[in-house]
Design a protein around this ligand. Structure first.
Ligand code: GTR
Length: 427
């Protein structure tokens, strides 16, 4: 290697080290010694021996611990949503798909808040069709360059990359994230795709709960969620459940074959949605990291303290108790994965995405497996972390692919294979 090249690599390493926030560990040797709570041991001591006890006692116990201490409780009030098909085309994408845009009124009233669900269904398969559903970061118009797609009017995060400066999405954002949504491949594989802009449910603006869905559920005089009430992730997950309410009413959608997925903060959201709402048949986490699939106790890459500091609105206030104090938390993220049992769940990591702790994501799948075994199912088949590009498919699936924090065609190829393996639809 030339002297110049060596110097360049040296500079890269130095700038990587300097760019790391203080107190962030990327050294496996420095991962603290920790003990994980056993998903099968109940709070009052006995060990769960059978799937019925898991369903009746331990699962509700773990779910309410996550509600109380991590994501916050969403309102219990049952909402009877109303909806309106605002646009549809039975022959779009050269006849490959039917497009529908459905406005879901989140509190059941036209004067109330709404989210727009963009749906493409495959024309080549017999309906009802199975469906992937996921939230998106900058509006439905970003997932495909299709002039018919409505541009969100909700608050969006500013972005230099997309030229968004006043929190409003523009025409120029059409199709900007299409690379992450291989719609044709999904349709040709016999699946539909539905997506919703997460800011239609709750804008991702730091620390504010005076907009979005939260205020509609406040008690009189309340101005923000109580310490054990829903943060933004729980609100986004609640929105996914409202989309599911709609899917149940659409005869073209196989609502018992809906796969919820998400990337990064929206991967955390997909996991939480799958945990609280068992109507989702399969759950997929793409690079969800801290507060998603990664074990918090490893404190590798992003930590509980760091995420609560950078994004104080994502989790409930009670989660702050575990800043630099992960061992005190009654749950860890392997128990979130276990809440999917016996449904299939898939966790995907990226090799260079150390911030999200790929090993910690794998270990969650491994330590959730005893719960699947109660149902006579194999959870994660791999005992050791699989090599890069060597997916492991049990009822729990996992892969780590080369590259950065992102959603790639490789990721989608695995999700489609995993869904094909577990859903008994004919294509
Ligand atoms: C990062 C955050 C991650 C992840 C990501 C994203 O800044 O630290 O936890 O959620 O954002 O959602 O893009």
């Amino acid at each position: 290697m030339s002297g110049k090249a060596t110097f360049f690599i040296f500079l890269c390493i130095i700038s990587f080290v300097l760019a790391q926030p203080e107190g962030i560990n990327y050294d496996e040797a420095k991962v603290p010694v920790f003990e994980l709570p056993d998903p099968l041991v109940m709070l009052d001591g006995p060990k769960v021996q059978d799937s019925q006890t898991w369903i009746d006692k331990r699962r509700p116990e773990i779910l309410s611990l996550f509600e109380e201490f991590v994501y916050g409780k969403a309102p219990e009030k049952k909402i009877k949503i109303t909806f309106e098909i605002v646009e549809s085309d039975p022959l779009t994408l050269n006849g490959l798909a039917t497009r529908k845009q459905v406005r879901v009124y989140l509190i059941g009233k036209k004067e109330g808040p709404f989210m727009d669900v963009l749906i493409y269904l495959p024309n080549k398969v017999e309906k009802p069709a199975p469906l992937f559903v996921g939230l998106n970061f900058y509006g439905n118009q970003t997932v495909i360059d299709d002039p018919a797609v409505l541009i969100t009017k909700s608050w969006v995060r500013n972005s230099d990359q997309y030229g968004i400066t006043d929190h409003q999405a523009t025409q120029a954002t059409r199709g900007v994230s299409a690379r992450r949504w291989p719609i044709k491949t999904i349709l040709e594989s016999g699946y539909g795709l539905a997506t919703i802009y997460y800011g239609d449910i709750d804008p991702d603006d730091e620390g504010k709960f005076d907009n979005g869905i939260h205020p509609y559920f406040y008690q009189e005089g309340q101005t923000q969620p109580a310490p054990d009430e829903w943060g933004a992730i729980a609100a986004w997950a609640w929105g996914l459940s409202r989309a599911m309410d709609y899917f149940e009413k659409d005869e073209d959608i196989a609502h018992e074959q809906v796969i919820v997925l998400g990337h990064s903060r929206l991967g955390k959201t997909a996991l939480w949605a799958g945990a609280v709402d068992e109507r989702f048949a399969i759950v997929i986490s793409n690079n969800s990291g801290c507060g998603g699939a990664a074990l918090s106790r490893r404190a590798f890459g992003e930590t509980v303290k760091r995420i609560n500091t950078s994004f104080p609105h994502w989790f409930c206030d009670n989660f702050n108790q575990y800043n630099d104090n992960e061992n005190a938390c009654p749950v860890d993220q392997h128990m979130l994965i276990a809440l999917m049992a016996p449904r299939p769940v898939y966790v995907a990591s990226a090799e260079e995405d150390l911030w999200a702790d790929p090993r910690g994501e794998f270990l969650s799948t491994k330590y959730a497996s005893p719960v699947y075994e109660l149902f006579g199912l194999q959870g994660m088949p791999a005992q050791e972390m699989p090599d890069v590009s060597q997916p492991a498919f049990g009822t729990i699936g996992y892969h780590v692919r080369p590259g950065k924090h992102d959603v790639t065609d490789y990721d989608w190829d695995q999700y489609i294979k995993f869904a094909n393996k577990h859903l008994s639809h004919t294509k």
